[in-house]
Design a protein. Sequence first.
Length: 133
Amino acid sequence: MMLPRGTTVAVADGEKLNLYRNSGDEAVLKLAPAPHADVDSSGQGSGSRQSSSGNPDQGQSSEDGFSAGIVEMLNKGVLDGKIEGLVVVAAPRALGEMRKHYHKALVAQLIGEIAKDLTGHAVEDVETAIKAA
């Protein structure tokens, strides 16, 4: 996958978010860390899993809320014109939850998705996964 200069790359799972920007060009991918606001994980996920005595999975509910919070932040960035071009690299479960919250403007800016957990990996691993996609 080739990314234009300035493309935002969000690397996430249900607990962490790393944001990068391509400071290189389409021929030479060079990801640089990008600052971002804290993710508001207080919101509920898609509601597909509610914590109850019958389903006491509070951890999954927290992860879904974090994934929804990531997308809320990304949606705002797209709508404010701060994100032009986006790649989402996320753990498969988190990516599935994130997709449920994409704004149509975000979808229009989405260059690609990679269903792989690369949080905690070196930036070179992220670059390798993008080049291979």
